[in-house]
Design a protein around this ligand. Sequence first.
Ligand code: G3H
Ligand code: 13P
Ligand code: ZN
Length: 308
Amino acid sequence: MPKVTTRELFAKALNNGYAVGAFNVNNMEIIQGIVEAAEEEKAPIILQISKGAREYARHEFLMKLIEAALEISDIPIAIHLDHGDSFELCKACIDGGFTSVMIDGSHLPFAENVAIVKKVVDYAHPRGIPVEAELGRLAGIEEHVSVSDRDAVYTNPDEAKEFVEKTGCDSLAVAIGTSHGAYKFKSTPQLDFDRLKTIEEALPGFPLVLHGASSVLKDYVDLCNKYGGKLPGAQGVPEDMIKRAVRGAVCKVNIDTDLRLAMTAIIRKELAENPSNFDPRKYLDPARTALKEMVRHKLHVLNAAGKA
Ligand code: G3H
Ligand code: 13P
Ligand code: ZN
């Protein structure tokens, strides 16, 4: 199957009540685990590469590994830059074969965010590449935080409309209470679904993206901790909230932490239980299997299974 753009994937997802899983990749085992899961579940997927992943594994290695996956599989796969932080990085990824890029100017003032996104859009669109942007700051906010503090951090629906019109971006990552990593909420998890609905109404039919959407599944946190890990009180976004978000305009859901936890939990277990083993394949193989099972599970949560 040739690689596809996220534009094609979102058009189908938006009309069919599911979201495409965007899974972060850093090495061969991660790519293999994700692609095998997607093949078995017949689901379209986005393989996304962060700046850090690109520095860790190198652009050329990641692209060749993904090319191999494309060669042997028949599911639609998009190759996306996650959290691009400069025009130059986005340009290098577009020139180097990515089919989608994110330029993340969410830390910038509104006008500067608009300017950098517009610059990337002007380069990407003539080359057929869609652009994801972000407005608002990803942060878990506790229940007691005031409405005005919440407004200062989360995506403003009116600004979102203006931002999309001014930049011409193809999808928008919104801040409604999710955050990156394994510690998303100090107390009861909550997302601002009213705000999400207002953003959807301000931008009818426009693809929205949820970052920081891992659920930090307790079984894997417990397994990590049992075998020497130290992740006390880790907590993610409950899966029923993810299911609710993808029934609307959220058509890309970013997942990295859950994959990291699954791999690390199993590697910890394998090393602890087999102290005399020093063959990396003996712990990377079960780690890849655990990651694959995690992705299969996620594809069902996103309602993406069977949609390839
Ligand atoms: O949102 C960030 C992703 O989890 C990628 O993380 O920058 O450590 O590769 P990274
Ligand atoms: P998690 O840390 O919740 O997996 O989020 C990943 C992400 O948003 C990558 O861009
Ligand atoms: Zn992210």
